[in-house]
Design a protein around this ligand. Structure first.
Ligand code: NAD
Length: 280
C-alpha cells in the first residue's frame, strides 16, 4: 500500500477560490498591508508571493518596503498609521526583522483585529482559551489539510515535532481543540523515534532535512511535513524522509506542494475574516 498524497496545491487553490468569491460579494476590497524591513532575499520572495496571491483573489494588497536601518520607532509609527487606516484590514510584518528591532514589541503594536499572522498575544491567548481570534496561517492550513483528507482527530494520538510560536505550539493547540491527544516533541525530547512510532498523526516542524526516517513511522500514520530544507543539490525536501515514508504511511503531504501553499491561502482567508469582523 502506498500513502494517500495530500495535495496542498489543490486544497489551497480551492480555498483561494472560496476567498475570491466571498471577497467579490463585499461592497469594499479588503486591504492587506505587508511590511518588509531590510533586504533578506528569502523574505523578498515570500512578500512578493503574498502580494501576488492577494491581488489574484481580489484583495487590495500593498507592500511597504523599508531599509534595513529603519529604527524601531519608525516601524512602530508606521504600524500605528496602519492600525488607524480604515482601508487596511490586515497587517503582516515579515519576520525575521533586523537584529536592532525587537520583534515582540513590534508584534504587540499591531491591532489584534488586524493581526492576520495571529502572533499578537491577544490572539495567542484566544487560541489557548478556545475563544474566537485570528489563528496563525501555517497551523490553520495544516488543520484544513487534515480535514480535507478526512483524518479523524478525536482521540487520535498526535505528535507535533517542534515547539515554535509560529508552527509547533499553535498547531498543538488546534489539535487539542479538536480532541486529539497531543505530544509536543522538541530538541530536548528523549527517544523521538519511539514517540513517532506511537503516533497516529505526526506534524514535523523542525527544519532538519529528512530527520524523520521510515522506520520511525507507524503503519497507516498520517504525516504532515512542514519543514522546508534545501539540499546541497538545490532541491527542496521536508523534515520527513518522503520516499521511505510513502509505503508505510496512510497519508502524507509532499514538499513542496503540501503545507506551503496552504500558508498563503490561509493568510488571504484571515484577511477576509478580519475585514468582515471589523467592518460589519
Ligand atoms: P524553529 O526553528 O522556530 O523551530 C524548530 C523547532 O524544532 C524548535 O522548537 C526545536 O525545539 C525543534 N527541534 C530542533 N531540533 C530538534 C530535534 N533534533 N528533535 C526534535 N525537535 C527539534 O522553526 P519553525 O519556524 O517552527 O519552522 C520549522 C520548519 O518549518 C522550517 O523548516 C521552516 O522553514 C518550515 N516552515 C514552513 C512553513 C510553510 O508554510 N510550509 C511555515 C513556517 C515554517
Amino acid at each position: 500500500m502506498t500513502a494517500q498524497i495530500i495535495d496542498g496545491r489543490a486544497v489551497a487553490a480551492a480555498l483561494r477560490e472560496n476567498v475570491a468569491a466571498r471577497a467579490s460579494a463585499l461592497p469594499y476590497r479588503p486591504g492587506l498591508a505587508v511590511v518588509l524591513v531590510g533586504d533578506d532575499p528569502a523574505s523578498r520572495v515570500y512578500v512578493r508571493n503574498k502580494d501576488k496571491a492577494a491581488l489574484q483573489v481580489g484583495l487590495h494588497a500593498r507592500t511597504i518596503a523599508l531599509p534595513a536601518d529603519t529604527t524601531e520607532a519608525a516601524l512602530l509609527a508606521l504600524i500605528k498609521n496602519l492600525n488607524d487606516d480604515p482601508q487596511t484590514d490586515g497587517i503582516l510584518v515579515q519576520l525575521p526583522l533586523p537584529a536592532h528591532i525587537r520583534s515582540d514589541i513590534v508584534l504587540r503594536a499591531i491591532d489584534p483585529a488586524k493581526d492576520v499572522d495571529g502572533f499578537h498575544p491577544d490572539n495567542v491567548a484566544a487560541l489557548a482559551l478556545g475563544e474566537p481570534g485570528l489563528v496563525p496561517c501555517t497551523p490553520r492550513g495544516i488543520l484544513r489539510l487534515l480535514e480535507h483528507a478526512q483524518i479523524p482527530l478525536r482521540g487520535a494520538k498526535a505528535l507535533v515535532i517542534g515547539r515554535s510560536n509560529i508552527v509547533g505550539k499553535p498547531v498543538a493547540a488546534l489539535l487539542v481543540a479538536q480532541n486529539a491527544t497531543v505530544t509536543i516533541a522538541h530538541s530536548a525530547t528523549r527517544d523521538l523515534a519511539g514517540e513517532c512510532r506511537r503516533a497516529e498523526i505526526v506534524i514535523a516542524a523542525v527544519g532538519r532535512a529528512e530527520m524523520v526516517r521510515g522506520d520511525w513511522i507507524a503503519p497507516g500514520a498520517t504525516l504532515i511535513d512542514v519543514g522546508i530544507n534545501r539540499t546541497d543539490a538545490g532541491t527542496l525536501v521536508g523534515d520527513i524522509a518522503y520516499a521511505e515514508a510513502l509505503p508505510i504511511a496512510g497519508a502524507i503531504t509532499p514538499v513542496p506542494g503540501g503545507v506551503g501553499p496552504m500558508t498563503i491561502a490561509c493568510l488571504l482567508e484571515n484577511t477576509l475574516t478580519a475585514a468582515i469582523a471589523r467592518r460589519h
